[in-house]
Design a protein around this ligand. Structure first.
Ligand SMILES: Nc1ncnc2c1ncn2[C@@H]1O[C@H](COP(=O)(O)OP(=O)(O)O)[C@@H](O)[C@H]1O
Ligand SMILES: [Mg+2]
Length: 308
Protein backbone atom coordinates (compact mmCIF):
# COMPACT_ATOMS: atom_id res chain seq x y z
CA UNK A 1 0.00 0.00 0.00
CA UNK A 2 1.26 3.47 -0.87
CA UNK A 3 1.20 5.75 2.14
CA UNK A 4 2.75 8.74 0.38
CA UNK A 5 1.72 9.56 -3.15
CA UNK A 6 2.98 12.44 -5.29
CA UNK A 7 1.68 12.67 -8.84
CA UNK A 8 2.94 15.20 -11.39
CA UNK A 9 3.51 17.81 -8.71
CA UNK A 10 4.39 21.16 -10.25
CA UNK A 11 5.07 24.47 -8.54
CA UNK A 12 6.67 27.07 -10.74
CA UNK A 13 8.26 30.00 -8.89
CA UNK A 14 9.60 31.40 -12.16
CA UNK A 15 13.19 31.54 -13.42
CA UNK A 16 13.30 27.69 -13.50
CA UNK A 17 12.79 27.54 -9.75
CA UNK A 18 10.41 25.19 -8.00
CA UNK A 19 9.44 21.60 -8.81
CA UNK A 20 8.30 20.31 -12.17
CA UNK A 21 6.19 17.23 -12.81
CA UNK A 22 7.50 15.29 -9.84
CA UNK A 23 6.02 11.84 -9.18
CA UNK A 24 6.95 9.29 -6.55
CA UNK A 25 5.37 7.11 -3.89
CA UNK A 26 6.44 5.63 -0.59
CA UNK A 27 5.06 2.25 0.43
CA UNK A 28 4.03 1.42 3.99
CA UNK A 29 7.12 0.64 6.05
CA UNK A 30 9.49 1.95 3.41
CA UNK A 31 12.19 4.61 3.85
CA UNK A 32 12.46 6.79 0.77
CA UNK A 33 15.28 9.27 0.25
CA UNK A 34 15.18 12.55 -1.57
CA UNK A 35 18.73 13.39 -2.51
CA UNK A 36 19.78 16.74 -3.91
CA UNK A 37 21.87 19.81 -3.16
CA UNK A 38 20.56 23.14 -1.86
CA UNK A 39 17.95 24.64 -4.13
CA UNK A 40 17.10 21.35 -5.88
CA UNK A 41 13.45 21.49 -4.80
CA UNK A 42 13.34 19.06 -1.85
CA UNK A 43 11.65 21.40 0.63
CA UNK A 44 9.21 22.67 -1.99
CA UNK A 45 8.02 19.13 -2.70
CA UNK A 46 7.79 18.35 1.02
CA UNK A 47 5.86 21.53 1.86
CA UNK A 48 3.25 20.52 -0.71
CA UNK A 49 3.09 17.00 0.66
CA UNK A 50 2.45 18.32 4.18
CA UNK A 51 -0.30 20.54 2.79
CA UNK A 52 1.31 23.93 3.41
CA UNK A 53 1.13 24.99 -0.23
CA UNK A 54 -1.25 24.41 -3.09
CA UNK A 55 0.27 22.85 -6.23
CA UNK A 56 0.05 24.66 -9.56
CA UNK A 57 -0.58 21.27 -11.06
CA UNK A 58 -0.66 17.65 -9.89
CA UNK A 59 -1.62 16.18 -6.52
CA UNK A 60 -0.10 14.88 -3.34
CA UNK A 61 -1.61 12.73 -0.63
CA UNK A 62 -0.73 10.90 2.58
CA UNK A 63 -2.84 7.88 3.48
CA UNK A 64 -5.19 8.88 0.66
CA UNK A 65 -5.85 12.30 2.26
CA UNK A 66 -5.22 14.96 -0.35
CA UNK A 67 -2.61 17.16 1.33
CA UNK A 68 -3.81 20.73 0.89
CA UNK A 69 -7.44 19.94 1.76
CA UNK A 70 -6.55 17.78 4.78
CA UNK A 71 -3.68 19.66 6.34
CA UNK A 72 -5.03 19.16 9.90
CA UNK A 73 -5.63 15.41 9.63
CA UNK A 74 -2.21 14.96 8.07
CA UNK A 75 -0.42 16.67 10.94
CA UNK A 76 -2.12 14.26 13.35
CA UNK A 77 -0.38 11.15 12.14
CA UNK A 78 2.68 12.67 10.50
CA UNK A 79 5.88 13.64 12.28
CA UNK A 80 7.37 16.50 10.32
CA UNK A 81 10.77 18.06 10.82
CA UNK A 82 10.90 21.20 8.65
CA UNK A 83 14.00 22.23 6.76
CA UNK A 84 13.83 25.70 8.22
CA UNK A 85 12.68 25.77 11.78
CA UNK A 86 10.58 28.73 12.83
CA UNK A 87 9.28 28.70 16.38
CA UNK A 88 6.62 30.98 17.87
CA UNK A 89 7.88 34.04 19.65
CA UNK A 90 7.76 34.55 23.42
CA UNK A 91 7.65 30.89 24.47
CA UNK A 92 10.14 28.79 26.36
CA UNK A 93 10.95 25.33 25.06
CA UNK A 94 8.82 23.87 27.87
CA UNK A 95 5.84 26.04 26.89
CA UNK A 96 6.22 25.15 23.22
CA UNK A 97 6.23 21.44 24.09
CA UNK A 98 3.10 21.94 26.25
CA UNK A 99 1.37 23.79 23.42
CA UNK A 100 2.15 21.05 20.90
CA UNK A 101 1.16 18.39 23.43
CA UNK A 102 -2.35 19.88 23.68
CA UNK A 103 -2.59 20.35 19.93
CA UNK A 104 -1.66 16.74 19.32
CA UNK A 105 -3.72 15.41 22.19
CA UNK A 106 -0.74 13.67 23.76
CA UNK A 107 -1.88 12.30 27.14
CA UNK A 108 1.28 11.34 28.96
CA UNK A 109 4.87 12.48 29.07
CA UNK A 110 6.71 9.16 28.78
CA UNK A 111 7.72 9.54 25.16
CA UNK A 112 8.42 13.27 25.51
CA UNK A 113 10.75 12.60 28.45
CA UNK A 114 12.46 9.79 26.58
CA UNK A 115 13.01 11.98 23.51
CA UNK A 116 14.19 14.97 25.56
CA UNK A 117 16.76 12.80 27.28
CA UNK A 118 17.84 10.89 24.21
CA UNK A 119 18.40 14.01 22.11
CA UNK A 120 19.81 15.96 25.07
CA UNK A 121 17.36 18.80 24.56
CA UNK A 122 17.43 21.68 27.02
CA UNK A 123 13.87 23.07 26.86
CA UNK A 124 14.55 25.95 29.25
CA UNK A 125 14.75 29.47 27.88
CA UNK A 126 13.16 31.45 25.07
CA UNK A 127 12.93 29.47 21.83
CA UNK A 128 14.09 32.51 19.87
CA UNK A 129 17.38 32.60 21.78
CA UNK A 130 18.11 28.90 21.55
CA UNK A 131 21.19 27.71 19.70
CA UNK A 132 20.59 26.35 16.21
CA UNK A 133 21.26 22.79 17.41
CA UNK A 134 18.89 23.09 20.37
CA UNK A 135 16.12 24.44 18.12
CA UNK A 136 16.59 21.44 15.88
CA UNK A 137 16.39 19.11 18.90
CA UNK A 138 13.18 20.82 19.99
CA UNK A 139 11.74 20.30 16.50
CA UNK A 140 12.71 16.61 16.71
CA UNK A 141 11.03 16.08 20.10
CA UNK A 142 7.87 17.86 18.93
CA UNK A 143 7.79 15.95 15.62
CA UNK A 144 7.96 12.55 17.33
CA UNK A 145 6.04 13.22 20.58
CA UNK A 146 2.79 11.62 19.31
CA UNK A 147 4.54 8.50 17.98
CA UNK A 148 3.39 9.17 14.39
CA UNK A 149 3.23 6.41 11.76
CA UNK A 150 4.64 8.58 8.99
CA UNK A 151 7.86 10.56 9.37
CA UNK A 152 8.70 13.38 6.98
CA UNK A 153 12.18 14.63 7.64
CA UNK A 154 13.56 17.59 5.71
CA UNK A 155 17.35 17.64 6.15
CA UNK A 156 16.75 16.68 9.79
CA UNK A 157 20.36 16.55 10.96
CA UNK A 158 21.49 19.94 9.69
CA UNK A 159 22.84 21.91 12.63
CA UNK A 160 23.42 18.81 14.77
CA UNK A 161 26.94 17.84 15.79
CA UNK A 162 28.31 14.50 14.50
CA UNK A 163 27.55 12.63 17.74
CA UNK A 164 23.96 13.87 17.72
CA UNK A 165 23.65 13.00 14.01
CA UNK A 166 24.55 9.41 14.91
CA UNK A 167 22.01 9.39 17.75
CA UNK A 168 19.38 10.64 15.30
CA UNK A 169 20.22 8.02 12.67
CA UNK A 170 20.04 5.26 15.31
CA UNK A 171 16.63 6.52 16.39
CA UNK A 172 15.33 6.48 12.82
CA UNK A 173 16.71 2.95 12.32
CA UNK A 174 14.63 1.84 15.32
CA UNK A 175 11.56 3.62 13.94
CA UNK A 176 12.12 1.88 10.62
CA UNK A 177 12.15 -1.49 12.43
CA UNK A 178 8.85 -0.54 14.07
CA UNK A 179 7.33 -0.28 10.58
CA UNK A 180 7.18 3.50 10.16
CA UNK A 181 6.90 4.99 6.69
CA UNK A 182 9.66 7.55 6.21
CA UNK A 183 10.51 10.26 3.70
CA UNK A 184 13.96 11.71 4.25
CA UNK A 185 15.38 14.62 2.33
CA UNK A 186 19.11 15.00 2.60
CA UNK A 187 22.30 15.96 0.85
CA UNK A 188 24.37 13.76 3.15
CA UNK A 189 25.28 10.55 1.34
CA UNK A 190 26.14 8.53 4.46
CA UNK A 191 22.74 9.35 5.94
CA UNK A 192 20.92 8.18 2.81
CA UNK A 193 23.05 5.03 2.60
CA UNK A 194 22.40 4.19 6.25
CA UNK A 195 18.64 4.61 6.11
CA UNK A 196 17.01 4.50 2.68
CA UNK A 197 15.46 1.56 0.86
CA UNK A 198 14.82 3.58 -2.29
CA UNK A 199 16.04 6.96 -3.41
CA UNK A 200 15.47 9.60 -5.98
CA UNK A 201 17.93 12.18 -7.17
CA UNK A 202 16.47 15.64 -7.63
CA UNK A 203 18.09 18.25 -9.81
CA UNK A 204 16.74 21.70 -10.70
CA UNK A 205 13.24 20.69 -9.61
CA UNK A 206 13.15 17.45 -11.63
CA UNK A 207 13.56 13.87 -10.47
CA UNK A 208 16.39 12.63 -12.68
CA UNK A 209 16.72 9.10 -11.31
CA UNK A 210 15.01 6.75 -8.90
CA UNK A 211 16.45 3.45 -7.74
CA UNK A 212 16.66 1.01 -4.83
CA UNK A 213 19.82 1.45 -2.80
CA UNK A 214 20.71 -2.17 -3.56
CA UNK A 215 21.15 -1.16 -7.21
CA UNK A 216 24.51 0.38 -6.35
CA UNK A 217 25.87 -3.06 -5.58
CA UNK A 218 24.74 -4.37 -8.93
CA UNK A 219 25.09 -1.28 -11.11
CA UNK A 220 26.32 -1.77 -14.68
CA UNK A 221 28.82 1.04 -14.20
CA UNK A 222 31.64 -0.43 -12.20
CA UNK A 223 34.91 0.74 -10.73
CA UNK A 224 37.94 -1.56 -10.78
CA UNK A 225 41.20 -1.05 -9.01
CA UNK A 226 43.93 -2.22 -11.39
CA UNK A 227 47.46 -2.62 -10.04
CA UNK A 228 50.48 -2.88 -12.32
CA UNK A 229 54.12 -3.72 -11.77
CA UNK A 230 55.27 -0.16 -11.36
CA UNK A 231 54.16 3.45 -11.52
CA UNK A 232 55.47 4.01 -15.06
CA UNK A 233 53.38 1.14 -16.37
CA UNK A 234 50.34 2.49 -14.54
CA UNK A 235 50.90 5.89 -16.15
CA UNK A 236 51.05 4.40 -19.61
CA UNK A 237 47.83 2.42 -19.01
CA UNK A 238 46.23 5.61 -17.72
CA UNK A 239 47.26 7.33 -20.91
CA UNK A 240 45.79 4.56 -23.03
CA UNK A 241 42.51 4.55 -21.12
CA UNK A 242 42.13 8.31 -21.23
CA UNK A 243 42.34 8.13 -25.03
CA UNK A 244 39.83 5.26 -25.21
CA UNK A 245 36.08 5.63 -25.56
CA UNK A 246 35.12 2.61 -23.42
CA UNK A 247 36.57 3.44 -20.00
CA UNK A 248 37.73 6.34 -17.85
CA UNK A 249 40.33 6.61 -15.17
CA UNK A 250 39.47 8.65 -12.09
CA UNK A 251 42.57 8.32 -9.95
CA UNK A 252 46.12 6.98 -9.90
CA UNK A 253 47.72 5.83 -6.65
CA UNK A 254 51.33 4.98 -7.45
CA UNK A 255 51.12 1.70 -9.43
CA UNK A 256 47.30 1.43 -9.06
CA UNK A 257 44.53 2.95 -11.18
CA UNK A 258 40.79 3.30 -10.56
CA UNK A 259 39.09 2.47 -13.82
CA UNK A 260 35.40 3.09 -14.53
CA UNK A 261 33.79 0.87 -17.12
CA UNK A 262 30.33 -0.31 -18.01
CA UNK A 263 29.71 -4.09 -18.07
CA UNK A 264 29.07 -3.96 -21.81
CA UNK A 265 32.63 -2.71 -22.40
CA UNK A 266 34.45 -4.99 -19.97
CA UNK A 267 35.96 -7.12 -22.76
CA UNK A 268 37.52 -4.08 -24.38
CA UNK A 269 39.14 -3.20 -21.08
CA UNK A 270 40.37 -6.76 -20.51
CA UNK A 271 41.88 -6.87 -24.01
CA UNK A 272 43.87 -3.71 -23.42
CA UNK A 273 45.01 -5.01 -20.03
CA UNK A 274 46.46 -8.12 -21.66
CA UNK A 275 49.37 -5.99 -22.92
CA UNK A 276 50.27 -5.01 -19.36
CA UNK A 277 51.64 -6.82 -16.32
CA UNK A 278 48.62 -6.70 -14.05
CA UNK A 279 49.38 -7.71 -10.45
CA UNK A 280 45.91 -7.16 -9.04
CA UNK A 281 42.41 -6.52 -10.38
CA UNK A 282 39.58 -5.90 -7.91
CA UNK A 283 36.06 -4.55 -8.00
CA UNK A 284 35.49 -1.44 -5.87
CA UNK A 285 31.93 -0.84 -4.62
CA UNK A 286 30.34 2.19 -6.25
CA UNK A 287 29.37 4.62 -3.52
CA UNK A 288 26.17 6.61 -3.54
CA UNK A 289 28.26 9.75 -3.85
CA UNK A 290 29.95 8.52 -7.03
CA UNK A 291 26.62 7.45 -8.47
CA UNK A 292 25.05 10.81 -7.59
CA UNK A 293 27.93 12.84 -9.04
CA UNK A 294 27.29 11.65 -12.54
CA UNK A 295 24.17 13.81 -12.48
CA UNK A 296 25.97 16.79 -11.07
CA UNK A 297 29.07 17.11 -13.20
CA UNK A 298 29.08 18.48 -16.70
CA UNK A 299 30.76 15.48 -18.23
CA UNK A 300 28.32 12.76 -17.45
CA UNK A 301 30.72 9.84 -17.75
CA UNK A 302 32.56 10.17 -14.48
CA UNK A 303 35.41 12.02 -16.13
CA UNK A 304 35.15 14.85 -13.63
CA UNK A 305 35.19 12.62 -10.56
CA UNK A 306 38.65 12.82 -9.12
CA UNK A 307 38.05 11.85 -5.55
CA UNK A 308 37.15 8.13 -5.67
N1 LIG B 1 8.25 30.56 -1.77
C1 LIG B 1 9.14 30.64 -2.75
N2 LIG B 1 9.14 31.65 -3.65
C2 LIG B 1 10.02 31.72 -4.67
N3 LIG B 1 11.01 30.82 -4.87
C3 LIG B 1 11.10 29.80 -4.00
C4 LIG B 1 10.19 29.65 -2.90
N4 LIG B 1 10.51 28.52 -2.21
C5 LIG B 1 11.58 27.99 -2.85
N5 LIG B 1 11.94 28.75 -3.91
C6 LIG B 1 13.03 28.45 -4.87
O1 LIG B 1 12.80 27.15 -5.40
C7 LIG B 1 14.02 26.43 -5.51
C8 LIG B 1 13.94 25.16 -4.70
O2 LIG B 1 14.02 25.49 -3.33
P1 LIG B 1 13.90 24.40 -2.17
O3 LIG B 1 12.73 23.54 -2.41
O4 LIG B 1 13.95 25.13 -0.86
O5 LIG B 1 15.24 23.55 -2.37
P2 LIG B 1 15.97 22.52 -1.39
O6 LIG B 1 15.05 22.24 -0.25
O7 LIG B 1 16.25 21.32 -2.23
O8 LIG B 1 17.23 23.19 -0.94
C9 LIG B 1 15.12 27.38 -5.06
O9 LIG B 1 15.66 27.99 -6.21
C10 LIG B 1 14.38 28.37 -4.20
O10 LIG B 1 15.04 29.62 -4.20
MG1 LIG C 1 15.43 22.53 1.78
Amino acid sequence: MNVIQVENLTKDYGYNRGVFNISFFVKKGETYGFLGPNGAGKSTAIRHLIGFSKPDYGKTSINKFESFAHYNEILEYVGYIPGEISLPQGLTGYEFIEMMKKLRKVKDDTLINHLTERFELDPAGDTKRMSFGNKRKLAIVVAFMHDPDVLILDEPTSGLDPVMQEIFIDYIKEEKKRGKTILLSTHIFSEAEALCDRLSIIKNGHIVDEFPLSKLKYADDKVYKVSLENEAEASSLKDLISHSDYATCSKQEKESLYVHVNDKDINLLLKSLSNFNVTNFSHEKLTLEEYFMKYYIDDIEFKGVSHV
